[in-house]
Design a protein around this ligand. Structure first.
Ligand code: 8NA
Ligand code: MG
Ligand code: MG
Length: 352
């Protein structure tokens, strides 16, 4: 049991790194069949024997995930958000060119200027007071979903506080909560048993219903479906109407769920990539469902480093690190450090 759990911590942390590193070269591009072919050739090669090449650098997704893991290891309960904010800012000023969102940099500068005395204001002031709805909260949340196994309420609270350092828009916050819950659900499942993808989605819907209701107050039957529930219903719809003779392809996923920097149009997409990869996908020739999930996410282009990173975090939490190809892993910058971080996070989770 502890071997399985430890492997899942590694799988999720490495999955998050691999998705980031594999997707980063295509971030901001538009989907094309040429891009898909290029991705396929590279992933096919990575499935073979080790070959040396310059590593793929990680980006903001991993930089921030690292800080979240470090904070959980050192100052876990209740999550020391002031310390975490300092780690984010330190990391940013040490290596500013890791592809951070244009808005979030403003928050880092303001936090440094106010000497971390006011943690709320800088994020709340973003975008004329509406707060960021970017996926920056979701892309770094996986360590929280792993760490708080067995304490759902504490997990949700920590995920929300971690997100609010930079993202206060309810779409940014709830996207992070959804990603955290998806990692948590994956972690709890046995990879040897066949995954019921519909049930996985239904459980997410039930949990998001409570979260989205809390904010809107009393439910009125005439109210529109809340945004994340609506996206998750589309995930289910896409999964259920996938016909082997006329399969759902990248364009349909992009058109329906999205591939942008908005949490609403990337977190449900990552969940779909994980669930869809449990069966074969045309154009991706592998028996390895972990690889399939990452490759499909990278194919989507757009904010594909972040989508693949979130997909990898969910997939890895389900399958564990034994499913990760050695060559693919070794081509990612910082993979050894991430493995060590995952082990420390696992140890810390036992004594929290
Ligand atoms: P963020 O908080 O700066 O948000 C990212 C972007 O989303 C902002 O720069 C805005 O353009 C837009 N945005 C967010 N909230 C609002 C709002 N309320 N009103 C109007 N526009 C808004 O950064 P983040 O930490 O959420 O990062 C999200 C993504 O952007 C990540 O993928 C990260 O890597 C980054 N990024 C994306 C690309 C890309 O081309 N896809 C390139 C570089 C960086
Ligand atoms: Mg990135
Ligand atoms: Mg990105």
């Amino acid at each position: 049991d502890s071997v399985l759990a430890k492997g899942k911590f590694r799988g999720s942390m490495l999955g998050s790194l691999i998705g980031d590193c594999m997707g980063a070269p295509y971030e901001g591009e538009e989907f094309s069949h040429g891009l898909k072919t290029m991705v396929r050739k590279y992933f096919d090669k990575l499935d073979g024997p080790y070959f040396s090449a310059p590593f793929k650098p990680y980006t903001d997704d991993t930089a921030m995930t690292k800080s979240v893991a470090k904070c959980l290891i050192e100052k876990p309960t209740p999550l020391d958000v002031k310390y975490l904010a300092k780690l984010f800012v330190q990391e940013y000023f040490l290596e500013p060119r890791r592809g951070y969102g244009a808005g979030v940099v403003e928050v880092f500068k303001k936090l440094r200027k106010n000497k971390f005395e006011d943690l709320q204001r800088p994020a709340a002031e973003q975008f004329n007071g509406s707060g960021s709805y970017g996926n920056g909260g979701a892309m770094r949340v996986a360590p929280i979903g792993l760490f708080f196994n067995g304490n759902y309420e504490a997990m949700i609270e920590a995920a929300e506080r971690c997100t609010r350092i930079t993202h206060t828009n309810s779409l940014g916050v709830n996207g992070a909560l959804l990603q955290c819950i998806a990692v948590h659900q994956s972690f709890q499942l046995d990879p040897k048993e066949k995954l019921d993808v519909t049930k996985f989605a239904d459980e997410l819907i039930a949990k998001m219903e409570i979260i989205e209701q809390d904010q809107s107050g009393i439910v009125d039957p005439n109210e529109p479906t809340p945004p994340y529930k609506e996206q998750l219903l589309k995930v289910k719809e896409l999964l259920s109407c996938d016909d082997p003779n006329d399969p759902i392809v990248e364009e349909e996923v992009i058109g329906s769920l999205g591939n942008s920097i908005a949490a609403l149009n990337s977190v449900p997409t990552a969940i779909y990539c994980f669930l869809r990869a449990h069966s074969e996908i045309p154009g991706i020739e592998t028996d390895n469902a972990f690889r399939r999930s990452i490759q499909f996410a990278v194919n989507l282009a757009g904010d594909c480093d972040t989508i693949a990173s979130m997909t990898g975090a969910i997939s890895g939490a389900y399958f564990g690190d034994s499913c990760i190809g050695e060559t693919m892993k070794k081509h990612c910058e910082y993979h050894e450090e991430v493995t060590q971080l995952a082990d420390k996070l696992y140890e810390a989770s036992l004594i929290k």
